[in-house]
Design a protein around this ligand. Structure first.
Ligand code: G
Ligand code: G
Ligand code: MN
Ligand code: NA
Length: 251
């Protein structure tokens, strides 16, 4: 309860900040976009990662206004960084995804920012789709009609059946770090990533491998045909000024 009250103060007091992690084209390591990751600049405890507050935000419902703020803030950044093809990925929480106002919020925030909706990718997790797959599919279609792209985050850690993946209006599959860590050393993980990449290609989806930390992982994933990559090898989540140093044509 205390944390929740503190977070309400933090939201009005502008203590939240957004950091951005590079997403690269896997073969070339060229920067193609970023993922927005929220942090809390706590007055006493310093910069807090989401693991310290996202669950509380979700349980209390505060994730809805917080998520709305993250979307507005990251699209404001994207408008500044806009260059051909550069993409912004934003995570949606379960509560946000179920919020009846989500689609109009996203539409209005896009309009306010002036960015091309195709430059925004919204990330959802498999578990968010399970409760009511028909309602979830409707929401995904409505979001897609706005022109945004959709990604399934942490893929492989939930219970997605291949059967419904086929019917989901999704553009991108993000392969969870759990499968990337040993992709160069474990034949099982390699086979699994191979299968997910093959499946994605068959469904005309793109793949992003998450949590790439070593050259060996990068090489293995490139050979397996993964399209994009994210991980400490290419860049940690950093503040906006640090991303600006990486842009091809600096601001
Ligand atoms: O860098 P990292 O510790 O930021 O992120 C940890 C987890 O927090 C990730 O699973 C990520 O999806 C989640 N997360 C980060 N930012 C946001 C956000 O703005 N909204 C939601 N719903 N989750 C986020
Ligand atoms: O679940 P989601 O993918 O939205 O969140 C990304 C999380 O993974 C963040 O906490 C981010 O800091 C973390 N992360 C990103 N790249 C790496 C990496 O290469 N290694 C590790 N261990 N964590 C990573
Ligand atoms: Mn994510
Ligand atoms: Na993930």
């Amino acid at each position: 309860a205390q944390l929740r009250a503190e977070m309400e103060t933090a939201l009005t007091g502008q203590q939240f900040v957004v950091h951005y992690q590079p997403v690269v084209d896997l073969p070339t390591q060229r920067l193609t976009g970023v993922e927005a990751l929220v942090r809390w600049q706590h007055p006493e405890r310093g910069l807090l990662a989401p693991q310290h507050f996202i669950d509380t935000a979700e349980e209390s419902g505060l994730i809805v206004p917080l998520g709305r703020w993250v979307l507005r803030e990251s699209l404001r950044q994207l408008a500044r960084w806009q260059r051909p093809g550069f993409k912004m990925n934003v995570n949606l929480s379960a509560r946000q995804f179920q919020d009846p106002a989500l689609v109009t919020d996203v539409r209005d925030t896009l309009a306010e920012s002036g960015v091309d909706p195709a430059c925004l990718t919204l990330e959802i997790t498999e578990s968010m789709l399970l409760q009511d797959i028909d309602a979830a599919t409707d929401t995904l279609h409505a979001l897609r009609r706005l022109g945004v792209r959709l990604a399934i985050d942490d893929f492989g850690t939930g219970y997605s059946s291949l059967n419904y993946l086929k019917r989901l209006p999704v553009d991108i599959i993000k392969i969870d770090r759990a499968f990337v860590t040993q992709v160069a050393t474990d034949d099982g993980d390699k086979a699994l990533v191979d299968a997910v990449v093959g499946l994605s290609q068959a469904l005309r989806m793109q793949t992003v491998a998450e949590g790439i930390e070593t050259d060996d992982q990068w090489t293995a994933l490139r050979r397996l045909g993964c399209d994009f990559g994210q991980g400490f090898l290419f860049g940690r989540p950093v503040d906006p000024a640090s991303i600006e140093l990486l842009l091809d044509e600096p601001l």
